[in-house]
Design a protein around this ligand. Sequence first.
Ligand code: ZN
Length: 248
Amino acid sequence: MIMVKKKNRKEIIEVKQRAIAPMEMVDPRKQVAFAKSCAEALMDIMKKKEKKVMIGDEQYLEFEDWQTIARFYNLFAGIESTEKIMESGHAGEEFAGYSAKAVVRNNQGIVVSSAEASCLRSEPNWNKRKQYDKEKKIWIEVDVPEFQLKSMAQTRAMAKALRSILGWVAVLGGYKPTPAEELDNGEVRVKLVKKVKEPFTKEESSRKEILKCSDCGKQITDAEKTYSLKNYRLVLCRKCQGKYKPKK
Ligand SMILES: [Zn+2]
């Protein structure tokens, strides 16, 4: 296991590389050449965007752009877990936001990067929103719906996990490695009371990747994957594990 620690905006992001991606075995010059062509393809897409995220004259990558780079490398981002954050308020426990954990897997289902991110009510953009009341014909302020904060926490976590492993490709294209979704994440703190684990919604479960044996392609369970990764450093079903030598 290789541990890479990166300091970024006062946070420590741990990138756990449990397995060596096939790319890393390739000649470094070929790797750079491949990354450059990825960066060029990305630049073409970024220039054609109708709504560009700009700060000054710098354009920032949005989640979908990180997914584009990920596709070039056969990497996939997914959500591992989501938690509801509660804090103490005037009326007892109040909703404070969501935090999510995301992982990036290679095409063998092996986790190559992970990250956590949150979206909080105390952030200016995620508290109140103006909405037009058609009956009263006036603009009113409403709470930003909780599901939108949940979705943003997940998007940020996935973008962050992709950034950890693919940030250098974005930099080659001349872009900032900070995902656009993180820009409105001000330095806000909440007094935590507790975090409540959120079960996956039907939609989220279907988005979760199906785990497959990297040898025969048979579907496997989470427990089988964990056992196999620990003992074989490969995602294998029980039957196929017999074909491989256990690794220490
Ligand atoms: Zn198998």
